[in-house]
Design a protein around this ligand. Structure first.
Ligand code: ADP
Length: 494
């Protein structure tokens, strides 16, 4: 079957998923009747037409979320919320084939990748369900006269705006909504305009799980909708994942009412291979660290630092691994590399590749052309490897968000830590060595929110993830995450 034929056959699988806005428990068109069309990036063909929310729709959703927060939702007990989240996890599991299909069609991730969420998405929801009854304050004995009683109460922060990117559409909804609901907040989800469909299904599953109207609202739309959420005076918190530039906009827009912010932003992660590393494991890991999801991962290991003694051999191994990667139809289970999310992103990535060449890096794989004619209409970019990259080159400094690996050479371990940390980002870092002392000594010195030693990109609901420096603030996953949605009140009683 051609790409277009498998695409047409798959459309039936998503035909009955929602296409309207979810506000106050009801499905509705946008206030101005506006719609938008999402494109299948593998074929360039239209995928679905759906309602496009604007500022007026966000205002309605905020009103509904406030009403629900002050009404029925505040009356739920921890066990009520836990039960709803557990039901939601079961529903996500039961509907996972459709969810995976939606994300693969909408943003182009290979179906084996989106299918992997069958386990991780329900795990995340169940992790937060488990935390709900454990949330508690403390009692304090103050030294002030009169022996007043003091307790801290952990209260939900209120109405939360969740603005998500396109690189992992459904996972982002779960990652933001589950801890918010566990904490007792209400939420307005604004998914990325490139891949909004699975967020709408998430909203439907929340309703089926018994989440009351207005607690979870889903308003797909363009930047305008996100901007309105960020500036809205009755939104208490924004949780955002996306580019650093948009994160900075959100900080400014949210200043009016001093919103609480969690920002998971860009990255330019260093991946360091010492000469005593197990190369059989490290070389495939180095390729996958940057090429999975076609490089559209904020913690992708895009700066690969290789120690002198193994540099040439390691480059050969990474190239051999890269050559095995199969690019093609995201719906084909054999495919490892799908298209980029859209033509705009493809053009951006191609410009970075041209800049790498112009600044003198050596192109050893990939490049701006995709040879396979069948892929010409999609936004495909081949896995691309540059060697001879210097720290001051554009491709070594800026986040590309595409399948482009920069290999840099080093000879001194203090020097490589300094160079790795010289980035303005600090999201992830990787280190490969069989020397446990080096793992401790160097791993601790890397300035990043996550350091993976002898592995890369592992994630778990219980392990916090987030950035240093321009990669943002706040942590997602783990016990800390739910606290991002809570305020602390000190209650004094005499
Ligand atoms: P990308 O990862 O595509 O570079 P962005 O960081 O711009 O994207 O987008 C991530 C999310 O932020 C999307 O849902 C997008 O619509 C939203 N967004 C874009 N611009 C703004 C803005 N000025 N204010 C709030 N949200 C925005």
């Amino acid at each position: 079957m051609t790409l277009a034929q498998t695409f047409n056959a798959a459309l039936a699988g998503i035909a009955s998923t929602p296409r309207q806005l979810l506000i106050d428990g009801r499905w509705s068109d946008a206030a101005d009747g506006g719609t938008m069309v999402t494109i299948n990036p593998a074929t360039g063909l239209p995928l679905a037409e759906l309602a496009c929310g604007r500022a007026a729709d966000i205002d309605l959703a905020v009103t509904a979320a406030r009403r629900a927060f002050e009404g029925p939702w505040s009356a739920t007990t921890p066990y009520d919320r836990q039960r709803m989240l557990l039901r939601l996890a079961d529903l996500i599991e039961a509907n996972y084939d459709t969810i995976a299909l939606l994300d693969s069609l909408d943003m182009g991730a290979p179906i084996t990748r989106t299918q992997a969420g069958r386990h991780t998405a329900p795990q995340l929801v169940r992790y937060y369900a488990g935390l709900v009854p454990t949330l508690r304050g403390e009692t304090i004995t103050p030294s002030v006269p009169g022996a007043p009683f003091v307790a801290t109460l952990r209260e939900p922060v209120g109405v939360v705006g969740a603005i998500t990117p396109w690189n992992a559409p459904f996972r982002m909804c779960v990652w933001k909504a589950a801890p918010a609901l566990a904490a007792g907040c209400t939420i307005i989800l604004k998914p990325a305009e490139q891949s909004p469909l699975s967020a709408l299904l998430f909203g439907q599953l929340c309703l089926e799980a018994g989440v009351p109207p207005g607690v979870v609202n889903v308003v797909p739309g363009m930047a305008e909708a996100g901007q309105r959420l960020a500036e809205h005076p009755d939104v208490d918190k924004i949780t955002f994942t996306g580019s650093t530039r948009t994160g900075q906009h959100i900080i400014r827009a949210s200043a009016g009412n001093l919103k609480r912010l969690s920002l998971e932003l860009g990255g330019k992660s260093a991946h360091i291979i010492l000469d005593d590393a197990d190369l059989d494991l490290a070389a495939p890991a180095a390729a996958h660290a940057v090429f999975q999801n076609s490089g559209q991962i904020c913690s992708a290991g895009t700066r690969l630092f290789v120690e002198d003694g193994i540099h040439d051999e390691f480059v050969e191994r990474v190239l051999a691994e890269t050559a095995t990667l199969r690019m093609g139809d995201p719906l084909d289970p054999e495919t490892q590399i799908g298209p980029l999310v859209d033509q705009t992103q493809k053009t951006t990535v191609q410009q970075y590749i041209s800049t790498g060449l112009a600044e003198g890096a050596s192109l050893l794989a990939g490049g701006t052309d995709v040879e396979a004619e069948a892929l010409a209409a999609g936004s495909f970019v081949s896995p691309t490897v540059f060697t001879g990259v210097r720290d001051d080159m554009t491709i070594a400094r800026e986040e590309i968000f595409g399948p482009v690996l920069s290999i840099l050479r080093f000879s001194d371990r203090d020097e490589v830590i300094r160079r790795a940390n010289a980035s303005e980002y600090g999201l992830g870092a990787g280190l490969w060595t069989q020397d446990v002392s080096a793992a401790h000594a160097l791993g601790r010195r890397l300035r990043a929110g996550t350091v993976w030693v002898n592995c890369y990109q592992l994630m778990d609901p219980a392990v916090p993830f987030g950035g240093y420096k321009l990669s943002g603030y706040g942590r997602e996953s783990g016990y800390d995450h739910v606290h991002e949605f809570l305020e602390t009140k000190a209650l004094w009683i005499r």
